[in-house]
Design a protein around this ligand. Structure first.
Ligand code: FES
Ligand code: FES
Length: 86
């Protein structure tokens, strides 16, 4: 069974990131978007671990439907309106 992620935001979270290890929320349920806060417990989702080597601006996917997770690839523009409020 494949579960649908929740759309946290229909667009990217654009953040200036410091080097380090981050866990991108794949399920869309986290209250600390775009990062995992363990709200995925009880779902089939797990976060994606990302290592950032140098200070950089990251476009984190907020809609959770990117074809290049955890990064925004523009897929949010093709999401159906009715999915957004889910
Ligand atoms: Fe998900 Fe852009 S926010 S593809
Ligand atoms: Fe969404 Fe952990 S809270 S993957």
């Amino acid at each position: 069974m494949s579960e649908e992620p929740k759309i946290a935001q229909k667009g990217p979270y654009i953040l200036e990131m410091e080097p380090g290890t981050y866990f991108w929320c794949r399920c869309g349920r986290s209250k600390t978007q775009p990062f995992c806060d363990e709200s995925h417990k009880g779902t089939s989702f797990t976060p994606i671990e990302v290592k950032i080597e140098k200070k950089s601006r990251i476009f984190w996917c907020g809609c959770k439907h990117s074809g290049n997770k955890p990064y925004c690839d523009g897929s949010h523009a093709r999401l159906k309106e009715e999915k957004v409020s889910a």
